[in-house]
Design a protein around this ligand. Sequence first.
Ligand code: AMP
Ligand code: ZN
Ligand code: FE
Ligand code: FE
Length: 285
Amino acid sequence: MRIDLHCHSTASDGTDTPAELVRHASAAGLDVVALTDHDTTRGHAEAIAALPAGLTLVTGAELSCRLGGVSMHMLAYLFDPEEPALLAERELVRDDRVPRAKGMVAKLNELGVPVTWEQVARIAGDGSVGRPHVATALVELGVVPTVGDAFTEEWLADGGRAYVAKHETDPFEAIRLVKGAGGVTVFAHPAASKRGRTVPESAIAELAAAGLDGIEVDHLDHDADTRAHLRGLAADLGLLVTGSSDYHGSRKTVALGEYTTDPEVYGEITRRATGAFPVPGTGGS
Ligand code: AMP
Ligand code: ZN
Ligand code: FE
Ligand code: FE
């Protein structure tokens, strides 16, 4: 069984549509794929409609959180997408991305970059708008060679010259909301230090005590030593360990299924979840 529990589509800042994503996941030999767009579930229906036979979809989202001034991401799986409290928080965070992206455009204009909101909006389409869309605009304008090169102090990195913060949920509140909607939480790439500051280990212990289910260990942004260390921490704290690609289509170089989750851990996630069931593919449309 090959299981990839963290992927993005055009519903946020990936470049595959949800339908393309599940077809590519099937072609990549995956048995299970999770669709975890930033702060939204809007890609789920299209992914389910196109789901190939032999591929199971885990519905989810990657929730933008902040703890002690540090941005962090919480993967949420198999929650009830209609549950009102979590839905309201998701919409609050997603909707705040628009004025925030406009703020980054304004800062870039002050820095002499002729990017427009119309350009960023075109790139984002109907996906929840984020820095990778702004970064794509910077690539189009020839300001930086790649999306990754826009994530520097000079441009869009946390605290960078054109960075603007967005509303982000307290992760303890996120855990409470996701549990209230029958879902399971996994702290995404908890030690991805090249993206910016990370939360201290003491915070991971506190989140575990508050009901966090797991941490994502096998991820492109964790080196071998970091993974070994996080595995030990998970064992100490009784947390599940996942691995996943964090696929973003052509906006990142990582391939679908490049990192995967152990079938036993996947089984445990599905046993804990009560808000939604994994969706088995029936052939798609
Ligand atoms: P946002 O949610 O709008 O703040 O943007 C966060 C997104 O930017 C995440 O999904 C990451 O995939 C992407 N990102 C963060 N850091 C980097 C980086 N150093 N290089 C490329 N993409 C990044
Ligand atoms: Zn992303
Ligand atoms: Fe993330
Ligand atoms: Fe992600």
